[in-house]
Design a protein around this ligand. Structure first.
Ligand SMILES: Nc1ncnc2c1ncn2[C@@H]1O[C@H](COP(=O)(O)OP(=O)(O)OP(=O)(O)O)[C@@H](O)[C@H]1O
Length: 261
């Protein structure tokens, strides 16, 4: 599967981002750069600031200081829907699916890309129907790509857990993102499901050329698939580099030995 948009994937540059909650510094001047078309992992023990980072990147939390640039755009002052329309899509730790089939849920992911208005679609105007058909074809392609082809018309409520996690991912891909934020994509999965998800994430980078920023506690998976790893602890960046570099970094070993993640 290829990416329909030929526009370049920009760099994501987080510069000295700081987030405070009533006396607690959840992110303390954190800086890192996600290179275009790379798999970049954000790891760290519980409470390190990983979810806070995702919430900053997707516009849910505001920084007290610092900046987040995605190409020419400064994201820190934008609301979530504007950030999404710039090509930043996210999945959630806990599955957020509606009722309906896999196809229905994936079509929701096309929402930001749908040009035909509600009235045109409701009136079944030919242009609106053509656009619907095009979206449905692309959505089917994404379902095949993410291993959900055979489940396309299955109600999500009937899917096993691993497939529901895939629907989350596929729905984010339906937004045709340039940067995909994956929040714990293999949490709760069995070994076979984890391996399959790792292959899917790698193929997203390789086939679509988009950037993937991934928060995940499964260290084995991260070390296998990430091009670069940023490690947070108590809101501070303690290491940043290749998987081999951070694995051997004494600061990382200390952070993980100190507590159970
Ligand atoms: N909305 C909030 N209000 C107050 N404190 C918050 C809020 N969100 C996060 N925090 C605090 O900020 C710190 C960082 O939390 P965060 O959820 O980002 O960590 P995490 O690395 O994602 O942890 P986990 O691996 O457990 O999900 C924690 O001390 C947390 O309690």
């Amino acid at each position: 599967m290829s990416h329909p948009q030929q526009t370049a994937v920009p760099e994501l540059v987080v510069h000295e981002a700081t987030v405070r909650f009533a006396g607690l510094t959840a992110l303390d001047a954190v800086s890192f750069t996600v290179a275009p078309g790379s798999i970049h992992a954000l790891i760290g023990p519980n409470g390190a600031g990983k979810s806070t980072s995702f919430n900053v990147l997707s516009g849910v939390y505001r920084v007290a200081s610092g900046s987040v640039r995605f190409g020419d755009a400064e994201l820190t002052s934008l609301p979530p829907h504007r950030i999404a329309s710039l090509g930043v899509a996210r999945t959630f730790q806990n599955i957020v699916l509606t009722r309906g089939t896999v196809a229905d849920n994936l079509m929701l992911g096309r929402h930001t890309l749908t040009r035909a208005g509600f009235t045109a679609t409701a009136l079944r105007l030919p242009s609106a129907l053509r656009e619907q058909r095009r979206h449905r074809e692309r959505v089917r392609e994404i379902a095949e790509f993410t291993g959900l082809g055979a489940r396309f018309d299955t109600p999500v409520a009937l899917l096993p857990y691993g497939d529901r996690k895939r629907v989350e991912l596929a729905r984010a891909l339906c937004m045709e993102p340039k940067l995909l934020l994956l929040d714990e994509p293999v949490a709760g999965m069995n070994t076979a499901e984890r391996l399959a998800m790792a292959r899917t994430v790698t193929s997203i980078r390789d086939a679509l050329g988009i950037s993937v920023l991934i928060v995940e506690h499964d260290m084995g998976m991260i070390m296998r698939i990430a091009d670069r790893v940023t490690v947070l602890d108590f809101g501070r960046l303690i290491s940043d580099g290749t998987p081999e570099h951070v694995r051997k970094d004494p600061a990382v070993v200390r952070a993980y030995l100190g507590k159970e993640s």
